[in-house]
Ligand binder design. Structure first.
Ligand code: NG6
Ligand code: CA
Length: 509
């Protein structure tokens, strides 16, 4: 009898214990995976047939796939600035593509996605490409404490590279320090003039394993046989090997998840594929048949698969929101002769959209975007107009927080559309791709602007035109028929709306 009672009590404790774990773990983990320059047509689940992306397709199958999901901007820095701060980047000077030595552009201590989640009790981390500046000024000592960094913008932990894979310094930073730096070989970086005496791609093309495209720069300091943007000297032991960048980020992301999965965590996992220089691990080279860009996409897909497998292995896949998206649209020749153009083999990186990276046309900002939360989000597809700038206000809703009026001025709570509860997302979105455009409902107006219609080198239609452009996206997703002349009232209405959003200095009240 006594034995029986004891057994019962033990069971009760055991039963209550998993209950407690569940309570503590009620908040879902959030893993936000952002690719670099991945286009709307680059994945199997978005219609690609020439390249296989089984892992991301699986994520789409178990989650919600967006067909009208946008970044704010068609390049990295402004797009990520908006995503993290909830502010349209064109409201703030200095949010264009940053050099690798730029100062941090997010004011330390401001409300950001990670700082908001931190307030809700999340552990927060960034692993991957940063490109939002570091330190207080351009002139900084890379050999000491590099501060402020992502850690001052709401991330408890950071393992990043500063800018882009094609910009110096080609090193990783963990929290405030360059990883694996030898103090007897200090790093110096300069974007204006040569520092040190290392060979440049310009003077020593014979040393390159990946040649630069004519007229597109990428011919300053050579690191790992690749000419970069910017000059660098020193830090030999700290320099990355391109083939190991992605697997290094993956290893760091996995160990972060392993070490933090017992309590809610937010991981911003910023992958560098398929941005230039495309130099994936040896196991992916030559595997896609589409040249190094395709190989890099295979590596990206594999990486996502590794994370999904880890979530299963840890038993946290049900309580983890996985978001997969890109920071801007696709580009083929972005500075290196890597056969992206010649080996395209009929693949269409932008899918049915016009333009690409840098462009005001849809391919600039309409990106692949999947949100998976098994059990909580019904698998499917949504065509709601969604934007990354709204993640901040939407995560506020998820974590039951109220934003102060000054916070995230352009971020709206579209949580119900993000999770598929409603098909109504934003009504209006301002898009930045060189020229500024505004989408309202199914109408898109691109304001007149000067500038080349075809961007040299990258060979992308910029969307710039001195005439106003108006497209009806409901039946012309490829923006082929400019209706500005036949719908002048619509042009005036959209122009006025754009002006109001600009003048208000914010769009969220
Ligand atoms: C451009 C670079 C391009 C890429 C891009 C930033 C030249 C000619 N081109 O200026 O190679 O680095 O900046 O890409 O320098 S992004 O995805 O980070 O916005
Ligand atoms: Ca990018």
């Amino acid at each position: 009898m006594i034995k029986k009672i004891a057994t019962c009590l033990f069971t009760a404790v055991l039963l209550s214990h998993p209950g407690k774990t569940l309570m503590a773990q009620q908040k879902p983990n959030i893993i936000f995976i952002i690719a670099d320059d991945l286009g709307y047509g680059d994945l199997g689940c978005y219609g690609a047939t020439k390249i296989k992306t089984p892992h991301i397709d699986q994520l789409a199958k178990q989650g919600l796939r967006y067909t009208n999901g946008h970044t704010t901007s068609a390049t990295c820095t402004p797009s990520r600035y908006a995503l993290l701060t909830g502010q349209y980047p064109w409201r703030k000077n200095g949010t264009g593509i940053l050099p690798g030595d730029a100062a941090l552009i997010i004011p330390p201590g401001s409300t950001t996605v990670p700082s908001l989640l931190k307030k809700a009790g999340y552990q927060t981390a960034v692993v991957g490409k940063w490109h939002l500046g570091l330190g207080e000024a351009v002139e900084k000592n890379w050999n000491g404490e590099v501060k402020p960094s992502p850690n001052e913008t709401g991330f408890d932990y950071s393992f990043i590279f500063p800018a882009t894979a094609d910009r110096v310094p080609t090193v990783f930073l963990e929290n405030h320090h360059v990883v694996a730096l030898d103090s007897s070989d200090p790093i110096a970086v300069n974007y204006k003039q040569m520092v040190g005496n290392e060979p440049t791609g310009k003077d020593h093309p014979e040393l390159l394993k990946l040649k630069a495209s004519p007229g597109q720069g990428h011919n300053q300091t050579i690191v790992n046989g690749i000419g970069r943007i910017g000059y660098m000297t020193g830090g030999k032991t700290a320099r990355w090997v391109d083939e190991e960048v992605s697997t290094t980020f993956l290893a760091k992301a996995k160990s972060y998840i392993q070490d933090h999965h017992k309590k809610p965590f937010f991981l911003y996992f910023a992958l560098t594929e398929p941005h230039v220089p495309r130099m994936p691990a040896t196991m992916f080279k030559g595997k896609s048949g589409l040249g190094l860009r395709g190989d890099a996409i295979l590596q990206l897909d594999w990486t996502v698969g590794q994370i999904m497998q880890q979530l299963k292995d840890l038993g946290i896949e049900k309580n983890t929101i996985v978001i997969f998206t890109s920071d801007n649209g696709p580009v083929l020749d972005d500075g290196y002769a890597d056969e992206a153009v010649t080996k395209l083999n009929g693949h269409t990186p932008a899918g049915p959209l016009r333009g690409g990276k840098y462009s005001a046309f849809e391919a600039g900002t309409r990106v692949p975007w999947i949100m998976s939360w098994p059990g909580a989000i019904k698998p499917g597809v949504t065509d709601a107009l969604l934007c990354q700038v709204d993640l901040l206000a939407s995560f506020a809703k998820l974590t039951k927080q109220t934003l102060a009026n000054a916070d995230a001025p352009d971020s709206y709570d579209t949580w119900d559309a993000f999770t598929g509860k409603t098909k109504t997302g934003r009504s209006t979105l301002v898009q930045q791709g060189g020229a500024i455009s505004i989408v309202n409902g199914h109408w898109k107006y691109i304001e007149p602007s000067k500038g080349a219609k075809i961007l040299g080198g990258v060979n992308i239609e910029s969307g710039s035109d001195e005439e106003p452009q108006l497209y009806d996206l409901s039946n012309d997703i490829g923006e082929k028929n400019n209706l500005a002349n036949t719908h002048p009232d619509r042009v005036i209405a959209l122009k006025t709306l754009l002006q109001q959003i600009r003048d208000a200095g914010r769009s969220r009240k």
